[in-house]
Ligand binder design. Structure first.
Ligand code: 5AD
Ligand code: SF4
Length: 472
């Protein structure tokens, strides 16, 4: 794979750092959407810190405000426009620089709306142009000329930009970007471009470096992680095998060998690519959590076909059965969309049926949101909002009952918890997660942070459990 030259980005960072030195300038960043966007934001933060900006969560104090947007569902748009209304006055009062990046900026109608209704922004950039951000910012600082830097290309893999991570125990590592699946409801393939994987060596070296820095949990990220390197193999794009890594399964095995790392998770895999070698790698690798996110989207074979998901209800359930047979203590979570065009009561019942059968640990539920440019948006049989909401509430009730039931089963059990830090809601408590990704709070000293400890679960609450350290 060809490497992108980031020399001019790094030079711009240095030039801005000089201009900003000693000025006590601040930045704020608002991140919407998925963990890939959060990972991109960590790179933007890394660049801004090197440019001598320090972070503030108070928008009013910021000299530079960056929005990293998402366009998977409509509510993110409302959120962006609401926030832009708020920052307009800071721009007028103190000339705050406003930069808007991320997936939503790849949508032409959104950029048009920005120009019409929010013309005070300084930079717009897309997910493919993150490396341009310091170059654009330098132009703004020197010439105050508005810049639109959105590339209509497939996107490349960029290595070597600075990164400032939010956490000290858990780190996410993007292993691929883009998507070739074109599920008919989804905007991602249009804004993140074609699927492309990072070189094995770059990933392994990044994880090794993270382990050295003391990180304990690695989240491997991508829109379709279990097809890692598949497109490269199909298209004969050269890549270098490194330490035996030439697929997702071999990547899991290699990351599992890295000393210091205690847990490995990944999102999101696609059920259609869940090959036996991946199931075996999960089973064999002691650090890979036995908690898998397996997006269902719909339980109806008819809807799945129109969604272009490439599996049926029966195939999904067979896969779940196979995974449960092969991987002891497996827990599953999923994504479900209700109200996709043409969804009948019978189709929705099929979704409830799968939820009932699989008994997920967690279900992320979404009401179908029309996305301009996707096949779903052009379908005529859209579902009325009221029906969508009714179905959503019914699904939510089923899921919450299942979770409450599962929570009860945790009480009295012994769980291995990776302690992540102080609880955000109660400073005197620590917080961590089970292998199955359940939040657990406990009393304990700070030196437990980063360790895996055995806890007895003593009580359950809807969204967290409470545990006590098991002595001896
Ligand atoms: N409407 C509702 N939910 C969507 N998702 C993706 N596109 C849409 C849409 N148009 C959901 C899917 C996906 C998750 C990240 O977001 O469930 O897995
Ligand atoms: Fe969207 Fe489907 Fe690709 Fe996931 S696999 S990003 S839902 S098109």
């Amino acid at each position: 794979m060809t490497k992108i030259d980031i020399k001019s980005s790094l030079e711009a960072i240095q030039k801005i750092a000089k201009i900003n030195a000693g000025k006590d300038l601040k930045y704020s960043i608002l991140t919407m959407g998925c963990q890939l966007n959060e990972n991109d934001s960590e790179k933007l933060c890394g660049m801004m810190e090197e440019m001598n900006y320090t972070k503030t969560d108070v928008l009013k104090e910021a000299d530079l405000i960056v929005f990293n947007t998402c366009c998977v569902r409509e509510n993110a748009e409302d959120k962006l426009f609401g926030k832009l209304g708020e920052v307009k006055k800071y721009k007028e009062e103190k000339g705050t620089i406003i930069a808007i990046g991320g997936c939503m900026m790849q949508e032409k109608h959104i950029v048009e709306k920005l120009k019409q209704s929010y013309p005070f922004f300084d930079i717009v950039f897309g997910p493919h142009t993150t490396k341009q951000f310091p170059i654009d910012l330098y132009e703004i600082i020197c010439h105050r000329k508005r810049i639109e830097d959105i590339l209509d290309i497939d996107g490349e893999i960029i290595e070597g930009l600075p990164i400032k991570r939010d956490d000290t125990i858990k780190a996410s590592v993007a292993i691929m970007n883009g998507c070739n699946n074109f599920c008919s409801y989804c905007i991602v393939p249009y804004v993140r471009g074609r699927e492309r994987s990072r070189e094995p060596k770059d990933i392994i070296e990044e994880v090794r470096e993270l382990a050295k820095q003391g990180y304990k949990e690695i989240m491997l990220l991508g829109q379709n992680v279990n097809s890692y390197l598949r497109v490269e193999k199909e298209k004969h794009t050269p890549f270098e095998e490194y330490e035996g890594v030439n697929s997702f399964a071999t990547l899991l095995r290699a990351v599992n060998q890295i000393e210091g790392i205690k847990r490995i998770r990944f999102i999101s895999p696609h059920p259609k690519d869940f090959t036996d070698d991946v199931i075996e790698a999960i089973r064999d690798c002691d650090k890979v959590c036995k908690s898998i996110h397996l997006p269902l989207q719909s339980g109806s074979s008819n809807i799945l076909k129109v969604m272009n998901r490439k599996y049926t209800k029966e195939q999904y359930l067979e896969l779940v059965e196979k995974m449960k047979q092969s991987i002891p203590n497996l827990t599953l979570s999923t994504d479900i969309i209700v109200g996709f065009p043409g969804e009948t009561e019978k189709d929705f019942e099929d979704t409830l049926d799968v939820v009932q059968k699989v008994n997920y640990e967690q279900v992320y539920m979404f009401i179908y949101s029309r996305r301009v440019g996707t096949p779903g948006d052009k379908m005529e049989n859209q579902i009325p909002e009221e029906t969508k909401h009714k179905r959503f509430d019914k699904l939510k009730e089923l899921v919450e009952n299942q979770i409450a039931e599962k929570n009860k089963q945790y009480v009295g059990s012994i769980q291995e918890i990776l302690i992540e830090g102080k609880s955000k809601t109660n400073e005197t408590m620590l917080t961590g997660r089970t292998d199955s990704n359940k939040v657990v709070v406990l009393e304990g000293s700070n030196d437990l942070v980063g360790q895996v400890v055995s806890l007895k679960i003593v009580s359950e609450h809807m969204w967290y459990l409470k545990g006590e350290i098991v002595n001896g």
